[in-house]
Design a protein around this ligand. Structure first.
Ligand code: PMV
Length: 303
């Protein structure tokens, strides 16, 4: 008895944080992610190879990973004891949805091992229980994109829509090397909201507009305007205290290399930037400007 599963990473193009407060956001699945294998074992165990981690499920423990593993396994009964082996090809705490990819990959692997059939949409919903153990009040965008991939418009309580782009989007993703905790960054934004609710509601309105405009630019293939929307979104995130000097300098490097727009992506406070290039060749030049660990992703199908 053996099952394999996959959960993908993601970048948020526009709308992170506002999405926690009921606004829409647009995310793109990336090819890097997590592969998990489930096999029958003497006792339940989750091993994450690159991190040297091995945890048993523990519903009430201090370790969110042990609690999340318990939350996932509790959905299957009866079942044999299972060992999960995960291979992670995403940096953790970098805004690329690593924890959600892990949760989706584990659920997917267990489903395959136990011959459970379900849609990727249901898989995404189940992975929410996993995400809650890490992030407290996740919007659901990470687990949804980890399960579905592609270019998505996500809004809490509204059916997620796949967006088709008139032109492929050539993205460059680069890691600042500084990890941050989504939960803390979400709490920082919430504290800002509580301190000044009027400014915050204007910020949310602006973010919502940026997302709606970005969606139109994607549909129309207007990458120059999309780049400006990315920059505007970055400025708002920076005002919310979610950028860092390193992120600012990386966005500057990307723009000097001709990127149409560049922004922090995901929770911020470190993590990754995403930059938009004009085409495949330009993406290579922007990637070079961002160092050896930056990578290129092409998203959106030409309509
Ligand atoms: O940094 P990540 O991959 O955890 O992305 C979080 C996205 C937020 O909007 C900041 C939080 C959320 O739950 O949507």
């Amino acid at each position: 008895m053996h099952g394999k599963g996959f959960g993908g990473g993601k970048v948020i193009l526009v709308g992170e944080h506002a999405v926690v407060h009921g606004k829409p956001a647009i995310a793109a699945g990336v090819h890097r992610g997590v592969t998990a294998t489930a096999s029958r074992a003497e006792r339940d165990l989750l091993r994450i190879a690159p991190w040297g981690v091995a945890v048993a499920p523990d519903t009430d423990g201090d370790d969110p990973l042990a609690r999340a593993f318990a939350a996932v396994l509790s959905g299957y009964h009866p079942r044999p004891s299972l060992r999960l082996d995960a291979e992670v090809s995403l940096p953790a705490g970098a805004g690329l949805g690593c924890s959600a990819a892990l949760g989706v990959a584990i659920l997917d692997a267990v489903d395959h091992a136990l011959d459970v059939e379900r849609s990727r949409v249901t898989l995404a919903e189940l992975a929410m229980a996993w995400e809650r153990e890490f992030h407290g009040t996740p919007s659901g965008i990470d687990n949804t994109t980890a399960a579905l991939g592609g270019l998505l418009r996500f809004e809490h309580g509204v059916r997620t829509r796949a967006l088709s782009a008139r032109r492929l989007l050539h993205l460059v993703v680069a890691d600042s090397g500084h990890a941050s905790e989504t939960k803390q960054m979400v709490a920082r934004v919430r504290a800002g909201r509580d301190a000044d609710p009027d400014t915050f509601s204007r910020t949310l309105r602006d973010m919502g507009e940026i997302v709606n405009n970005a969606e139109s630019f994607i549909r129309l293939g207007d990458v120059a305007s999309l780049g400006i929307a990315l920059d505007e979104n970055h400025d708002i995130l920076a005002r919310l205290g979610l950028s860092t000097p390193r992120i600012e300098s990386m966005c500057g490097d990307a723009r000097r290399a001709g990127a149409l727009g560049a922004k922090v992506t995901g929770a911020g406070g470190g993590g990754c930037i995403v930059a938009l290039a004009e085409d495949a060749d330009h993406a290579v030049r922007v990637r070079r400007a961002l160092g050896p660990r930056a990578f290129v992703e092409e998203v959106g199908r030409a309509a």
